[in-house]
Design a protein around this ligand. Structure first.
Ligand SMILES: CC(C)(COP(=O)(O)OP(=O)(O)OC[C@H]1O[C@@H](n2cnc3c(N)ncnc32)[C@H](O)[C@@H]1OP(=O)(O)O)[C@@H](O)C(=O)NCCC(=O)NCCS
Length: 183
């Protein structure tokens, strides 16, 4: 059988930086996103189980980016970047300017633990810090999702605090812009 992921199957080790590409999510991704919603690891990692894809894929609020990660032209995962200061539900509470908050999942189980998540995050971090006003990136995995904690720590995120979001106990991690401008 031809592997979906030939790069890592034939050459064990991290995929090349360009092995994963990010593109905006569109309404054509609806079925894929719904399928990924049913994956137990994805479901278990999400606070809000209903992302209202049918309607939300048609909306493009200025405070949000929805991205699909692809490997060899095939979708493997999803990324959300929000500006928590302007996000309309004020999920993060009252926030100062200069933050971004992320959600990430790889919906295809066989695409996990191959280094693609790290590549997705590296590109997303660069995308966030390309805006010179952004000084801090936040992420809030559930306390129970300890594997993801290690994943974020390896990427340089530092522990901030435990906090309840919508009744779920989460760990807040942050990544500050490298260099003396961080505050
Ligand atoms: C977390 C996730 C994005 C990491 O991407 P990835 O490509 O699997 O990660 P990499 O191959 O770059 O790095 C491997 C690390 O990812 C994490 N990871 C791998 N599979 C995971 C899973 N099913 N759930 C949570 N974290 C996982 C672990 O930290 C792993 O390192 P370990 O083997 O030492 O435990 C991906 O595994 C995933 O989407 N998991 C399910 C949903 C989820 O937990 N999303 C995060 C919500 S905060």
């Amino acid at each position: 059988m031809v592997s979906l992921y030939p790069t890592t199957d034939t050459h064990p080790g991290p995929p090349a930086p360009g092995a994963v590409s990010l593109r905006p999510a569109t309404p054509a991704d609806l079925d894929t996103l719904r399928r990924w919603d049913r994956d137990p690891d994805v479901r278990g990692s999400l606070i809000d189980a209903d992302w209202h894809w049918e309607t939300e894929l048609h909306r493009h609020p200025a405070w949000r980016e929805w991205l699909i990660a692809e490997v060899a032209g095939r979708p493997i995962g999803f990324l959300q970047i929000i500006d928590p200061e302007h996000e309309e539900t004020q999920y993060w509470g009252c926030m100062d300017a200069g933050h971004r908050a992320l959600d990430i999942w790889i919906g295809e189980p066989e695409a996990r633990s191959r280094g693609y998540g790290a590549r997705m995050m590296e590109q997303t971090i660069a995308r966030c810090f390309a805006d010179p006003t952004v000084h801090t990136i936040l992420i809030d995995p559930m306390v129970s999702n300890t594997r993801s904690h290690r994943f974020y720590q390896r990427l340089g995120f530092e522990y901030v605090a435990q906090r309840d979001f919508c009744g779920d106990r989460c760990v807040v991690y942050r990544l500050r812009r490298p260099g003396p401008a961080a505050n």
